[in-house]
Design a protein around this ligand. Structure first.
Ligand SMILES: O=C(O)CCC(=O)C(=O)O
Ligand SMILES: [Fe+2]
Length: 327
């Protein structure tokens, strides 16, 4: 059992600190000095917090609104129509994920359910046929316009994530396409998540228990409900209220390994105690399944703190620990 996660699920003191804010526009449109300055600010935020608000991200407001509208329509469907979007093939993270699929041994399930989509692949894809984890066709509900909105948002966020990964690579003195070059045919997935209002009974569980994300970076769109808490380096919860002009970006476990521990993959949780329905849309960025994550690629003149791992195998092992349907 992962005791760090269970301990952190007990509410602790809230910090008065706030997450840093970075504007991406000078990276997209500025000269070399302006681009380096953004890259440095992102690196500072990733070292200190592992989380930051990103303004000027370039994802159109209509595209984001279409994603949230799609989420509301999906979760209003009767359960049997949502269940028709289950992907039954083993070791996948696509389609409808009903409530109570997420549990650690002896722990409580998260009070959420989701619709997940991954990088679109043709039905006859060789990796699908070989049964490689995370490789499957997407499943779509019978909702007019849903697929177009959700795929459009997926690619807008994917593109934004590539810009963030370029800035991170620049900050590490690597080739700007160091990460992006390993993200062809990525195992990146996007989730439409619905958190029904949780009971105030602390034993009933949380929207999402304290956890770290497993990939390289996560881009997160929030509605206006709030309830995301991020663990600071001194062990307090930092409230991360929604900023309508920003998306939230956070570092995942694989990026921590790749940067030899320099970028923090911070614990975070969701507590939806507002009495309202809460929706969020995270996109978990991953490399291609077979990419090798080795800190010696990026750090020079330091001993490696992490062994090299194959990205897809590392993430699949994490899923096996966390999800009943993967066990
Ligand atoms: O819904 C949120 O605000 C955060 C979701 C999250 O942390 C996750 O799905 O990994
Ligand atoms: Fe997360």
């Amino acid at each position: 059992m992962n005791t760090a996660i269970d301990t952190a699920a007990v509410p602790t003191a809230m910090s008065t600190r706030r997450l840093p804010v970075v504007d991406l526009q000078p990276f997209l449109f500025g000269d070399a000095a302006a681009r380096h300055a953004v890259a440095r600010d992102i690196a500072i935020a990733c070292e200190a917090y592992g989380f930051f608000y990103l303004r000027g991200h370039g994802i159109p407001a209509d595209t984001i609104a279409g994603g949230f509208e799609s989420a509301r329509r999906f979760f209003e469907l009767p359960l049997d129509e949502r269940m028709a979007c289950r992907v039954t093939r083993p070791r996948q993270n696509r389609g409808y994920q009903p409530m109570f699929d997420t549990a650690l041994a002896g722990g409580k399930s998260d009070l959420k359910h989701s619709f997940d989509m991954g990088f679109p692949l043709p039905e006859d894809d060789a990796d699908i046929e070989a049964g490689l984890p995370f490789h499957a066709p997407n499943a779509w509900p019978q909702l007019p316009g849903f697929r177009a909105h959700v795929e459009g948002l997926y690619f807008a966020m994917l593109h934004c994530g590539h810009q963030i990964l370029r800035a991170m690579a620049l900050s590490l003195d690597a080739d700007e396409n160091f990460f992006v070059g390993r993200c062809r045919k990525p195992t990146t997935n996007m989730r439409l998540v619905h958190y029904p209002p949780q009971s105030t009974d602390p034993d009933a569980g949380l929207g999402a228990r304290a956890h770290t994300d497993k990939g390289i970076v996560t881009l997160l769109l929030n509605d206006d409900v709030g309830g995301l808490h991020v663990m600071s380096d001194d062990g307090q919860w930092i409230d991360a209220p929604p900023d309508p002009e920003a998306i939230i970006v956070n570092v995942g476990d694989l990026m921590t390994r790749w940067t030899n521990g320099r970028f923090r993959s911070a614990m975070h949780r969701v507590v939806n105690a507002t009495g309202r329905q809460r929706y969020s849309i995270p996109q978990f960025h991953h490399t291609t399944f077979h990419a090798v994550v080795d800190p010696l690629d990026l750090v020079r003149g330091e001993p490696a703190n992490f062994e090299p791992v194959v990205a897809g195998e590392f993430v699949a092992n994490g899923f096996r620990r966390d999800r009943k349907s993967w066990a």
